[in-house]
Design a protein around this ligand. Structure first.
Ligand code: 5GP
Ligand code: MG
Length: 188
């Protein structure tokens, strides 16, 4: 694949990503059932499941993950822009689209591509929590350990990775490489 010439290493091969996404989908489904969600009847009390994916990076991950979840669920998308520091906005994160406003009483699963400083997830968890969902869990495909400036522990993590800039499986550099099916480190 021509994309690969731009990578120094492939950190996680496509098959390993797929296997892990399969495991996560089943684990999340089991946890929802154990939390009392009636997975067959979203009309049942407290049984509305809403997946919220953070664009654009979580696009590929969420597309695969939901197909590993045999659950009646709603999908919502939110777009945020994040800044490297905290200077531009108070929390360094700016909403580019409005959150859904009907999350009260729902079981919400927030999905992002990667946890780095933790600002993105922290901000979204705070905003979603104000709507009083029945439950709110967070899931990231990747996490860079030790990098989080904010103490936030996702409920589900696909892989812990070293502190390198990675692309592929939805993650980009300058808008490119999102379509690479594994996770790779860009050649500098
Ligand atoms: P946080 O708010 O946790 O600092 O950052 C999360 C966001 O930063 C991710 O959603 C992603 O857009 C971006 N990000 C952080 N690390 C990387 C990386 O290694 N590669 C890419 N492509 N994006 C990253
Ligand atoms: Mg992102």
């Amino acid at each position: 694949m021509a994309l690969q010439r731009d990578f120094s290493t492939i950190l996680i091969e496509r098959d390993r990503v797929a296997q892990r996404v399969h495991e996560l989908g089943h684990q999340i489904t089991r946890d929802l059932r154990e939390a009392g969600v009636n997975l067959d009847d979203p009309q049942a009390a407290n049984s509305r499941v809403v997946i919220i994916a953070v664009l654009t990076g979580a696009m590929v991950f969420v597309a695969d993950l939901i197909r590993e979840m045999p659950v009646k669920l709603h999908i919502e998308l939110v777009a945020v822009s994040s800044y490297p520091g905290t200077s531009v906005e108070s929390k360094g994160v700016k909403m580019k689209t409005a959150l859904p406003s009907d999350l009260g009483g729902a079981h919400v699963l927030l999905i992002d591509d990667i946890l780095d400083s933790g600002q993105t997830l922290h901000t979204l968890v705070d905003l979603i929590g104000r709507q009083h969902p029945a439950s709110l869990r967070t899931c990231v495909l990747l996490r860079k350990p030790g990098k989080a400036k904010i103490d936030i522990k996702p409920d589900y993590v696909g892989f812990d990775i070293p502190d390198e800039f990675v692309v592929g499986y939805g993650l980009d550099f300058d808008g490119l490489y999102r379509n690479f099916p594994g996770i790779a480190v860009l050649r500098r």
